[in-house]
Every structure is written in C-alpha cells, then in structure tokens.
Design a protein around this ligand. Structure first.
Ligand code: MF3
Ligand code: CO
Length: 270
C-alpha cells in the first residue's frame, strides 16, 4: 500500500531531508585523498546527531555503519572502514539516512576524490542527470514506469548499465515503504503517481556490465567486471503539478566535469 502523506507529515519529511542535505553540504569540503571511509561515516554521524536526528541505516537489518560508503566498483552498501583509504582519482558514494521526529530522509551523492579522469566525471554527471530525466515525469497522473523508463533510457543511451537488484522505494516513517522504484521499466506501467507520495529515487549506474556480486561481508555490492559504479539519490514529494526535493543541500554540489578545470581549482585552494 502506498501511503499518501498529510501536509503535516510532509513538513516533517522536509525537516528530516534538510538534515541529509546539510550532511552533503558539509561533506563536500572534506572529501580528499588520504581520508578513510570511516572518517566519512563519523563526520556524517556527528552532523546527523548534532541536528537531533538518528542515522537511519545504523543497525537497519543488521547493517553495521552509520551511513553507506561505496568506493569505485562498489555499487551500494559499502561498510565504513578505517583501513579503506581514499586515493586520488577514486570516486566515493555516500548514502545517508536521517530519522528526525519519526520521519526519514534518504539520499546519496557520489564525490570525485582529488583529480579524476574525464570519463569518471562523466559517469557522475550522467548518473545525476538521469535522476532529473526521470523527474521530468514525476507528477500526478503519470505512472511510475514513466519515471523508471526515462532513467533507464538516458543511462543506456549514454553507454552505461543500470543495476537491477537494487531499487528506489517509498519513504516516510519507515526507510522502505511501497512502492519499490526500479531504475528500468516500461512507459505507462506501474502505480499511478499521486500528490503527497514520498519517494526515494536512486539510479545506480555502471560503466560496464550491470551485473553485480555481493561480498562475503553480506552487504557490499560490487560490479562483476570491476568497472566503476555511481549512485545518486534524493527523497522527493509529489506536489499538485510536479515534485519537490526533500533532501536538498543548502548550497549547490557542483561536480566539475573538466579535468583541467578541476586541477586549476585544486591549485587555487592549496
Ligand atoms: N539508500 C539505501 C536504501 O534505500 C540505503 C540503505 S542501507 C541499509 O536502500 F543499510 F540501511 F540497508
Ligand atoms: Co534509498
């Protein structure tokens, strides 16, 4: 059953979403070579708790981290570790859940670490854009399959794969509610979209095959071919004539897509 949220609940969802946005806002300055994936998780947890919220993923189905941190060919659910040190040219996906006043905000960003290849930055850009391609169809009267189809088509047109085993989901007082939201599908299929639905849409995009394998830790999902994977997610609410993003960052998260430009920027700040 898909729960329609009341205006009061939507306000609470915005509060929870704001915490998640704030995490990314503060995190983007800190991502650099030499830090560990546990450093990232600890920073996220501190920001979440300082806002009076709780890191939703911690102990969820036994998940051991405060947030998920997935590097390079890791698609989702990477477990934060002090031994996993980020290096120049890596990409790192940080998936953050925050529960505040009983409601959940859930979102993910993928950050470049140091100087990345242009083809790596392109993967990040296309993944992010695929979310917004899907969002063009996110309004009352359309069907969920319209959104799923748009995401798939955009990624595949750009030469990338779409992961099948993990999907987006409804979000509310629980992290995972109906419906599940595949990033692939058929136009005109699936549930009808209605005002007040809160949904987490999260394309997981691969440079090579979309086939995955899960590590023996029981959580970390990787690409089968070892090629890069990228993840982008927001929680949204469907409005009268479109949608609103609940997990907004306060400032823009700008991914510089040009290698030379990126190098110049790094020199400026050093
Ligand atoms: N954004 C992911 C999801 O919606 C994160 C869940 S991690 C888990 O499924 F540990 F909580 F499962
Ligand atoms: Co999610």
């Amino acid at each position: 059953m898909i729960i329609i949220k009341s205006p009061r609940e939507i306000n609470l969802m915005k509060e929870a979403g704001r915490v998640v946005g704030k995490v990314f806002d503060q995190l983007k300055e800190k991502i650099r070579p030499g830090i560990s994936t546990l450093d990232i998780a600890n920073w996220c947890e501190e920001i979440i708790r300082n806002e009076g919220a709780y890191p939703t993923f911690l102990n969820y189905s036994g998940y051991p981290g405060a947030v998920c941190v997935s590097v390079n060919d890791e698609i989702v659910h990477g477990i934060p570790s002090k031994k996993r040190i980020l290096r120049d040219g890596d990409i790192v996906s940080v998936d953050v859940g925050a529960t505040l006043h009983g409601y959940v905000g859930d979102a993910c960003r993928t950050f470049p670490v140091g100087i990345c290849k242009e083809e790596t930055l392109r993967l990040i850009k296309i993944t992010e854009d695929s979310f917004f391609e899907g969002m063009k169809y996110m309004k009352p009267g359309n069907r969920l399959g319209d959104v799923s189809h748009a995401i798939q088509e955009y990624c595949e047109k750009n030469g990338y794969g779409i992961v099948r085993e993990y999907t987006g989901h409804g979000v509310g007082s629980h992290l995972h509610e109906d419906p599940y939201i595949p990033n692939y599908g058929t136009r005109g299929s699936g549930p009808l979209l209605k005002e007040g639905m809160c949904l987490a849409v999260e394309p997981m995009v691969t440079q090579g095959t979309f086939k995955i394998r899960v590590l023996s830790d029981g959580w970390t999902a990787k690409t089968k071919d070892g090629k890069l994977s990228c993840h982008y997610e927001n929680s949204i609410v469907i409005t009268k004539d479109g949608f609103e993003i609940l997990t907004k960052a306060e400032g823009p998260i700008v991914v510089v897509t040009d290698e030379a430009e990126q190098l110049a920027k790094t020199k400026e700040t050093n």
